[in-house]
Design a protein around this ligand. Structure first.
Ligand SMILES: [Zn+2]
Length: 365
């Protein structure tokens, strides 16, 4: 069985990190996608337009010019509106990303400069972003309540729906992307308020494939630990239904987030993130196939959300074949560090069976 895509896939949310890690992981995305939205919570963060340019040039030095990074600034409580506008007008960065401030500091990887989500609507950059048409990408979780008390992790996305609703009311034309949706509450919000130009969302492969039982099956599974945390089966199913419904505001953002194994596989502490970039197109295809919705896959991967970002989709011919395969190796980084890709296991019998593979790609440049 084969399926053909007419548009080149676009990655709406990916972590490339810095240095040797970028060199190890960026080529996996560039092989499947013509461009991608590159997250700014690197160490150090992308805090100025000049940081974004330096990082963009480094990425292109690895991927080559056939991959176009979409650069994003890290919006902190002290980011000045003038700086946001200057970088946007000069084409140095194209969107801002906001991370939730957490009780202990980190809401997710390198998110210590996050913003208290309950105060996000008061950030002085928002009116200017609305005026110039610059997208705001939101990690939609409320980690601390109004009394400064830590919230229950499984409720954090649900609690952020009120924040999104308030933003929608106060800034009617602000371009908002709710990243990596996981909860039934956010799925319902998107069904009601989703709009391809002003209110979009992304969804990861792992949140379409797993629920929290998988995270805890046989003990704790560090390689499925990510932010937001996996939810109940009904939440997973709500996102499977919304994603494969043909809704034009839901797009493919893997949130592929590499960590060296020593940061994931340890008894105390486990870095959040799942590395799925090597199998982005096969995994999304598998979900759409399981939902008998392959006719919507092309738009999901290569069209949805692009005009929101101010981009034109790119025509291509990509032939996918239904032919099972497994990931048979770890991904070497440097100095002995490795990333464990989704689906790999030392025991060949335990490896995940990917159902689809990319047969051929030809893309208009
Ligand atoms: Zn992310």
């Amino acid at each position: 069985m084969q399926h053909t895509l007419k548009h080149a896939p676009y990655e709406r949310h990916v972590h490339f990190r810095r240095g040797n890690m970028t060199k190890a992981v960026a080529p996996y995305t560039a092989r499947q996608c013509w461009g991608g939205v590159i997250m700014p919570n690197t160490a150090p963060h992308i805090l100025t337009p000049e940081d974004a340019v330096e990082y963009r040039d480094f990425i292109i030095s690895i991927t080559g010019k056939n991959f176009t990074p979409f650069m994003v600034g890290y919006l902190t409580a002290v980011t000045s509106p003038e700086e946001v506008k200057r970088g946007y007008k000069a084409g140095l960065w194209s969107a801002m990303k906001v991370y939730p401030r957490a009780a202990g500091g980190h809401g997710t990887t390198n998110a210590e400069d996050g913003i208290n989500m309950l105060e996000l609507a008061n950030h002085p950059a928002l009116p200017i972003m609305q005026e110039i048409g610059m997208p705001l990408l939101i990690h939609p979780e409320v980690n601390v309540d109004k009394n400064g008390v830590e919230t229950d992790e499984f409720d954090r996305e649900k609690l952020c729906v009120a924040v999104l609703r308030n933003l929608r009311r106060r800034f009617k034309r602000l371009k908002i992307s709710a990243e990596h949706g996981t909860s039934v509450e956010l799925a319902k919000f998107m069904e009601r308020y989703g709009d391809p130009e002003t209110m979009v969302c992304t969804v990861t492969t792992q949140h379409l494939m797993h629920d929290r039982n998988d995270l805890l099956r046989g003990g704790f599974q560090p390689h499925l630990r990510c932010y937001p945390i996996m939810k109940r089966r009904e939440s997973r199913d709500a996102w499977r239904a919304l994603t494969t419904s043909g809704a034009p505001f839901v797009g493919a953002g893997t949130d592929s987030a590499p960590h060296p194994t020593h940061a994931k596989e340890r008894a105390r502490g486990c870095a959040g993130g799942v590395f799925t970039a090597h199998a982005m197109v096969p995994l999304y295809t598998q979900v759409f196939d399981e939902m008998n919705s392959l006719e919507y896959l092309d738009n999901f991967l290569g069209v949805n959300g692009l005009s929101f970002l101010g981009l034109e989709p790119k025509l291509a011919e990509i032939v996918l074949t239904k032919q099972p395969w497994t990931m048979d190796k770890m991904i070497p980084v440097a100095h002995g560090d490795k990333v464990r890709p989704y689906g790999f296991h030392e025991d060949p019998d335990e490896r995940f069976q990917f159902q689809w593979s990319i047969d051929s790609i030809s893309c208009d440049q």
